[in-house]
Ligand binder design. Structure first.
Ligand code: DGY
Length: 327
């Protein structure tokens, strides 16, 4: 088992949270940190990684063959500060013997909380109501003022991709007495059964759910998994929640569906052309938006930072990364 060599250099493309930064400093590894506004420009990144042994990066950093080659043969580990790693060319890393790691597990609850917040906000029209009150509208109690979906006690939640985060969403839904249907390998597990989850195929989930929440990684197979046909299959009152990755949904088809009453509402934390959000979405009252903040809990972000640091230091010391991605 080796130790990190004095020659090892780790480049971090953003300011790590305080505790994680201290943990990295305590390793004694030489580090460089990009401290400009978030999103190290490509030219700077290509320069910063030259000769690096490890990179700690953001989901918005494109870690491709060009970047790995700019780093050169010293590069042994790429630790993404995110559970999703569609920004990393894992095949190119494998060819070069570079370990890719992510941050699974530590952000499940934070992301499920946000998914559920969007679920409640859209279903009960909370943001529309807030805008209405702030606009100084005259109002009194009215039988049909901002009537929405009854979430508790029987609404059906469809979880597309029941993995760790989906399971955390299912636990919340079970506490709200929702019916739960799900796709994914864990949908038939004992843990899912204990929460009352019924495993179904996607077509059934689309037609039977009142709320549909996406919890899949972005891969070539999941790109535009939800397009015009899938939106058409949903109930006209359906609410779509996406805290996974934007391109899983065909955003232009979603705008049409929301505008034309094909579905009822959407709660979105992620976007097809992130960080750009389609103007068409922003003009619709039945959309609640957030700027990709699923994991944005203070403690969660510290845990993500610590895990990224552990992944880098383990590999540089010749040990397996605690959370390497399968390649
Ligand atoms: C992730 O981890 O992939 C989230 O999208 C951001 O934390």
């Amino acid at each position: 088992m080796g130790t990190a060599s004095a020659a090892d250099h780790v480049h971090v493309t953003f300011e790590l949270p305080t505790r994680a930064a201290a943990e990295l400093a305590a390793t004694g590894l030489a580090t460089t940190v990009y401290s400009g506004p978030t999103g190290e420009p490509r030219a700077s990144l290509l320069e910063s990684v030259r000769g690096a042994s490890g990179i700690i990066c953001l989901l918005s950093d494109r870690i491709d063959a060009e970047l790995m080659d700019a780093a050169g043969p010293s590069l042994r580990v790429v630790a993404n500060y995110a559970v999703g790693y569609d920004n990393v060319d894992v095949a190119a890393a494998k060819e070069r013997g570079i370990v890719v790691a992510n941050t699974p597990g530590v952000l499940d609850n934070a992301t499920a909380d946000l998914a559920f917040a969007l679920l409640l906000a859209t279903s009960r029209r909370l943001v529309e109501s807030d805008r209405f009150v702030r606009a100084g509208n005259d109002w009194k109690w009215e039988p049909d003022l901002f009537v929405g979906l009854d979430v508790s006690g029987g609404a059906t939640l469809g979880i597309v991709g029941l993995g760790r985060i989906g399971m955390a969403v299912a636990r919340r839904a079970a506490a709200f007495d929702m019916q739960i249907v799900a796709t994914g390998s864990r949908a038939s597990s004992p843990e899912a059964a204990a929460l009352g989850v019924r495993a179904v195929e996607l077509p059934e989930l689309l037609t039977t759910s009142d709320v549909i929440s996406l919890h899949l990684p972005l891969t070539p197979d999941t790109h535009h998994l939800i397009g015009a046909a899938e939106l058409q299959a949903m109930k006209t009152s359906a609410v779509l929640i996406n805290t996974a990755r934007g391109p899983i949904v065909d955003e232009l088809a979603l705008i049409d569906a929301l505008r034309d009453g094909v579905i009822g509402a959407a709660g979105l934390d992620v976007y097809e052309w992130e960080p750009t959000v389609s103007k068409g979405l922003l003009s619709l009252p039945n959309v609640v938006t957030a700027p990709h903040i699923g994991s944005a809990g203070r403690a969660t972000r510290e845990k993500m930072g610590s895990l990224a640091v552990q992944n880098v230091t383990a590999v540089l010391a010749g040990r397996p990364a605690p959370t390497a991605v399968a390649s």
